[in-house]
Design a protein around this ligand. Structure first.
Ligand code: MN3
Length: 205
């Protein structure tokens, strides 16, 4: 059974950047539903015992189209939101340090340039989706975006996401309405770079 990671902060802790009602709905309804539906799809596909990374990385092996789509959408929804809620904090480390900071400097020329690229990818994603910072198979950092709940792991290229920005309207519409750029700017105010660094170190060790 897959379970949502526990939130390390209260629903109101990210105010005023991410509002309480959005957090309650996003974590308590959307993420919960993805998790429930993912567990049902895993059971249907007979994939109990596999990790979510293994499942998302081998969707091609599921022959039934409806089951494969259920795993892709709900497995993505399960994984992506654990990542998203896990890298935000009411007391965030405001800048990257250590090996992550060096890699950002090497691959993007600095954190400001990286944030610019991620913002453009988040704002430019047509419809629902995500912007990502990932490590590729060679340990290089790459910034991408994707539709729906698709996760970079499913590309099958050894890519591991370490930062994800949810740009589905359910992530921001109650507070930011149609102004996605304001939401993305507010997301960066609660992004904890220490959490991203932990994921970078785990992905590249
Ligand atoms: Mn969401």
């Amino acid at each position: 059974m897959f379970e949502q990671d526990a939130l390390a902060y209260g629903f109101d802790a990210l105010e005023p950047y991410i509002d309480t009602l959005t957090m309650e709905t996003h974590y308590g309804k959307h993420h919960k539903t993805y998790t429930t539906n993912f567990n049902a799809a895993v059971e249907k596909a007979g994939l109990e015992g596999k990790t979510v990374e293994e499942i998302l990385g081998s969707l091609d092996e599921v022959s039934d189209t409806a089951t494969r789509n259920a795993l892709r959408n709900n497995g993505g929804g399960f994984y992506n939101h654990n990542l998203y809620f896990g890298i935000m904090s009411p007391e965030p480390a405001e800048t990257p340090t250590g090996a992550l900071a060096e890699a950002i400097e090497r691959d993007f020329g600095g954190v400001d340039a990286l944030k610019e690229q991620l913002t453009a990818l988040a704002v430019g994603q047509f419809g629902s989706g995500w912007a990502w910072l990932s490590t590729d198979a060679d340990g290089k950092l790459v910034a991408t975006n994707s539709a729906n709940q698709d996760n970079p792991i499913s590309l099958g290229e050894g890519t591991t996401p370490i930062l994800g920005i949810d740009v589905w309207e359910h992530a921001y519409y109650l507070k930011h309405k149609n102004v996605r750029p304001d939401y993305v700017a507010d997301f960066f105010k609660v992004l904890d770079w220490d959490k991203v660094a932990e994921r970078y170190e785990a992905a590249t060790q």
